[in-house]
Write a protein that binds this ligand. Structure first.
Ligand code: HPA
Length: 237
């Protein structure tokens, strides 16, 4: 698998169009914004299903940025194709999360060291028991260093990758009792695909909702914390 399998079903690009490091975010228009604001000479490589992907340069490094949609099945497809067919080495997801820990503030960054999930995505790989999806320590260490150097507030810890946003069971808060800091919907799928291919992955989330205290980010808080998160992702790319 690789070069001869590109373009893929969901990424209409040639093998060389995609950089070996891809920064991904849920919203494809956010990917467009990142490419246009932060990358030099961005070139569009995909618009299948509107899932925009661009390759350009950041401080001379070749980097791609692409949307991944919402949920594990969606990031599962894109990260599978990028790792397996485009030989991408690292995927850094930047997104938002809801805090399950009372001590995470709106705007704080969380580097997801590991991801719990009740999704069955990993079933396909036939693990002999429950698998613990984890981030690349190399990317995690670099991210913490960049955040520290820039004075960005951050925490490192466990995240919960849910399959549902509107949780009728209302049980997601129970993860907080086990030190799980926040909930989002993609990290576990990304980490499982990275493990299956021997590649690197990291999820960086900014807290947009404080679910314990029922507080939600203002537009300005979303904007400034997004800028910090992008700086970290681009520096470690
Ligand atoms: N649930 C799931 N994903 C999220 C949330 C949430 O509350 N906030 C931001 N991403």
């Amino acid at each position: 698998m690789s070069r001869e399998d590109t373009p893929t079903a969901h990424i209409a690009a040639q093998y060389d169009d995609v950089a070996k490091t891809v920064i991904m975010c849920g919203d494809p228009l956010r990917a467009k914004f990142i490419a246009e604001k932060y990358l030099t000479d961005p070139v569009l490589f995909n618009e299948v299903r509107g899932m925009l992907g661009y390759t350009g340069y950041y401080k001379g490094k070749r980097v791609s940025v692409m949307g991944h949609g919402m949920g594990i099945p969606s990031i599962g497809i894109y990260s599978y194709e990028l790792f397996n067919f485009f030989d991408v080495e690292s995927i850094i997801r930047v997104g938002t999360a809801g805090a399950l820990s009372p001590d995470m503030q709106i705007g704080d960054m969380l580097f997801a060291q590991a991801a719990c999930t009740d999704s069955d995505y990993g079933h396909q790989y036939g693990f002999p028991a429950k698998f613990a999806p984890i981030a690349s320590f190399e990317l995690l260490e670099k991210a913490a260093q960049v955040a520290r150097e820039n004075g960005f507030p951050f925490q490192v810890g466990n995240i919960y990758s849910a399959d549902v946003f509107y949780d009728e069971s209302d049980r997601q808060m129970e993860w907080g009792k086990f030190g799980v800091k926040a909930v989002e919907m993609e990290a576990a799928g990304l980490y499982i695909n990275a493990a299956a291919t021997g590649k690197k992955a990291l999820t960086i989330c900014t807290i947009s909702d404080q679910l314990v205290h029922r507080k939600y980010a203002s537009t300005e808080e979303r904007r400034s914390s997004f800028t910090n998160m992008m700086k970290v992702a681009l520096e470690i790319a």
